[in-house]
Design a protein around this ligand. Structure first.
Ligand SMILES: [Zn+2]
Length: 244
């Protein structure tokens, strides 16, 4: 799927995870990098914007293999600079992620668990491909790449999980800070990620407060469909949903 979901913002997905392409004056920034198996799909999508579009940067919301997928290839083959919050930079460079606080065993009776697992395995997303050179951003930083997103540090899912705000367009990329579809249970609606995939679920719930005041009408998550009822309502519903 390659569709425009906000002004100059396209959603890319071949199943479980979303990533997004921002256009600004003929230059491009990728928000997250899908799965390793998404490279051909990405190239076809980018080519629809004309010959040799310029991919300047890849901004990663966090270091997990279903979000860092083609980042290293974009760096080496397309010359894009890859960015991530400083607290996830080592994980991106080494391909080693931290330990999660919940057990996967509690999801084994869910059909969605297998749907997600097989879809990610088919696209090589069970292991992270290290990104050899990454630049890091900090909380509150406006990153000087096409679209000029502003970063918000929202740890919990991973230590360096971040959201990225396009202030003028009122679009917030939430990564795995808020999902609108639970990849292990299939439940729809704004929510944090399931405990089996979080390093610190309590912290993930607390980090939601950081998003409440963000001036965003549209939220674009790593998992699930776009949310168009604003950040505050998404946070309220995610808090009410709680842990899974
Ligand atoms: Zn994740």
């Amino acid at each position: 799927m390659y569709v425009e979901v906000a002004e100059g913002v396209h959603r890319l997905t071949q199943g479980v995870t979303n990533f997004y392409l921002i256009e600004q004056s003929g230059k491009f920034t990728l928000i997250d990098a899908g799965t390793p198996g998404d490279w051909d799909f990405f190239c076809r999508s980018l080519a629809s914007h004309g010959e040799l579009p310029d991919l300047e940067a890849v901004l990663l919301t966090h270091a997990h293999p279903d979000h860092t997928g083609i980042a290293e290839k974009a760096r080496t083959d397309a010359g894009a600079q890859v960015w991530i919050h400083s607290a996830d930079a080592d994980a991106a460079r080494t391909g080693k992620t931290g330990k999660n606080d919940g057990s996967i065993a509690s999801y084994l009776l869910r059909a969605e668990f297998y749907r997600t697992l097989f879809s990610l395995a088919r696209r090589g997303a069970t292991k992270m491909i290290p990104v050899k050179e990454v630049s890091s951003f900090a909380d509150g930083e406006t990153i000087d790449v096409p679209g000029r997103p502003r970063a918000g540090h929202a740890p919990g899912h991973t230590p360096g999980s971040a959201v990225l705000l396009l202030e003028q367009r009122r679009v917030l990329f939430t990564g795995d800070v808020i999902a609108t579809r639970n990849p292990l249970t299939g439940r729809a609606g704004p929510q944090i990620m399931p405990s089996g995939l979080n390093e610190d679920t309590g912290e993930a719930l607390r980090s939601l407060d950081l998003l409440r005041g963000m001036n965003a009408g549209v939220l674009l998550p790593g998992h699930g469909d776009p949310w168009t009822q604003g950040a505050a309502e998404a946070v309220s519903q995610a808090k009410a949903a709680g842990r899974s």
